[in-house]
Design a protein around this ligand. Structure first.
Ligand code: 5AD
Ligand code: FES
Length: 361
C-alpha cells in the first residue's frame, strides 16, 4: 500500500499528511480523487445545489493586488445594477428553481449601501414567498451591518480569507487598514456569532504560495469549523500588480490539478460541508466545474448576472460564459451536471449539513 493510501484511511490529518496529499501525482492523485468522490457520496449524496450568482456591482473600495476590478484599475467600466434588474435576476433564479441566490459585489461600506442591501433582501424574500435562500458576498462590513442583513433574511455569507499565511496575505494586498488580515478574520467570527452559515476560501497557486501554506489553509477551515468553502485557482490579470510575477507561477494545468486536489483533500478532511466548484476552474478547463464536482464539490454558482454587465466583472481574464445570457446557462447546466454523475437539488436550499449539525447540538 502506498503512503497515500495509508493517509487516506486515517481519521485525522496532520499538516504534513495534508501536504503529502496535495503533492501526490499520477496513480496516487487518482486515488485521492476517488476518495473525495466516495466520501462526498456517503456524506452529502450526489446532489448538486445551485446558487444563482448576481454580480450586481463592480464598484469596489479595495485594491487587492490580484483582482481585475480593484479600485486602481481605471480601465474597468464600472456598473451598478438597478434594484429592478437585481429583482428580475432573482425572479429568474426562482423560476429556474435554483433554490438560492448569491448577491455579490465589490466592497462598499456606506450606510446607503447597507440599507439598499437590506431592502433588496426583504423584496427578494417577499417576491419569492420566502422560497429563495439568500447568500451575501459583499466583503468586510461592521458587525451591526452584518446583523441588519441577517435579520432582514440573508442566511449565508461568503468571505474568502484568500490565504491564511499572513506574510503572503500582506504581499498580495496593500499595507493599510482596509486590507488587514485580522480584521478579515474578525469578520468571519462576527458572521458566525450572528448565526450565518459562514463560508470562506482561498486562491490556489498564488505567487509565493507553498504546498505547506495550502495545507495550513485546510487546517484553518477545519479549526474554524467553517460551513462552506469556495476556492479556486489564482488566474493572473494583466491590469494588476501581481501580473509581474506571472513567470513564477505553477503552469496553468498544474494549478488546475492542484485546485482539484485541494477540493478532494478538503472533502476528506471536512466531510459534511458545502464545497463550491469555483467558476475559475472553468476558466482553465471547459469541464472544470464538473471535474470539481466529481472529486468532492457539491455546489455550483451559475452566473445569472444580466449578460450586458458580465464583461465588466472580470476578476481574472478569460472568464467563461461572459457572452451568455442567463437563460442560455440553464440548459447548459442540466447537461453538465448529468455528465458529472450528479443530480440537481432543484428548489432546495441545500444548506450546509455541517451547519445543521453544529447548530442542533
Ligand atoms: N484569480 C482568481 N480568483 C480571484 N479572485 C479575485 N481575483 C482573482 C484572480 N485574479 C477571487 C478572490 C475573491 C473572489 C470574489 O474572487 O478570492 O475573494
Ligand atoms: Fe479585493 Fe476584488 S479588490 S477581491
Amino acid at each position: 500500500m502506498s503512503n497515500i493510501s495509508e493517509i487516506l484511511n486515517q481519521s485525522s490529518f496532520s499538516r504534513s499528511d495534508l501536504g503529502q496529499l496535495l503533492r501526490c501525482e499520477g496513480e496516487d492523485m487518482l486515488c485521492l480523487f476517488e476518495q473525495g468522490r466516495r466520501i462526498k457520496e456517503i456524506y452529502t449524496g450526489n446532489k448538486v445545489y445551485f446558487r444563482g450568482l448576481i454580480e450586481f456591482s463592480n464598484i469596489c473600495v479595495k485594491d487587492c493586488f490580484y483582482c481585475g476590478i480593484r479600485r486602481s484599475n481605471r480601465s474597468v467600466q464600472r456598473y451598478n445594477l438597478t434594484d429592478h434588474e437585481i429583482l428580475e435576476a432573482a425572479r429568474f433564479a426562482d423560476e429556474c428553481k435554483f433554490g438560492s441566490i448569491v448577491l455579490q459585489s465589490g466592497e462598499n461600506n456606506s450606510v446607503a449601501f447597507a440599507d439598499r442591501i437590506t431592502s433588496l433582501i426583504r423584496q427578494i424574500k417577499e417576491q419569492s414567498n420566502g422560497r429563495l435562500g439568500i447568500t451575501l458576498s459583499v466583503g468586510e462590513q461592521s458587525e451591526p451591518v452584518y446583523r441588519q442583513w441577517f435579520e432582514a433574511g440573508a442566511h449565508r455569507y461568503l468571505l474568502r480569507i484568500e490565504t491564511t499565511n499572513q506574510t503572503l496575505f500582506h504581499k498580495i494586498h496593500p499595507q493599510n487598514q482596509l486590507h488587514d488580515f485580522n480584521r478579515r478574520l474578525d469578520c468571519l467570527h462576527a458572521l458566525r456569532a450572528i448565526g450565518y452559515q459562514t463560508g470562506t476560501g482561498v486562491m490556489i497557486g498564488l505567487p509565493f504560495q507553498t504546498m505547506d501554506d495550502l495545507a495550513q489553509d485546510l487546517l484553518f477551515f477545519e479549526q474554524f469549523g467553517i460551513d462552506m468553502v469556495g476556492m479556486g485557482p489564482y488566474l493572473e490579470h494583466s491590469k494588476t500588480p501581481l501580473y509581474k510575477f506571472r513567470n513564477e507561477l505553477l503552469p496553468i494545468q498544474k494549478r488546475f490539478e492542484l485546485a482539484l486536489k485541494m477540493i478532494a483533500t478538503l472533502r476528506i478532511l471536512m466531510k459534511d460541508i458545502n464545497i463550491a466548484a469555483a467558476t475559475a476552474l472553468q476558466a482553465i478547463d471547459p469541464m472544470g466545474r464538473e471535474k470539481g464536482i466529481k472529486v468532492g464539490a457539491n455546489i455550483i454558482m451559475p452566473n445569472i448576472t444580466p449578460g450586458l454587465y458580465r464583461n465588466d466583472y472580470l476578476l481574472y481574464e478569460n472568464k467563461p460564459c461572459v457572452d451568455e445570457e442567463p437563460a442560455q446557462c440553464k440548459g447548459c447546466l442540466d447537461a453538465r451536471i448529468a455528465m458529472a454523475d450528479g443530480e440537481i437539488g432543484y428548489g432546495e436550499w441545500g444548506d450546509s449539513l455541517h451547519f445543521k449539525a453544529r447548530t442542533t447540538k
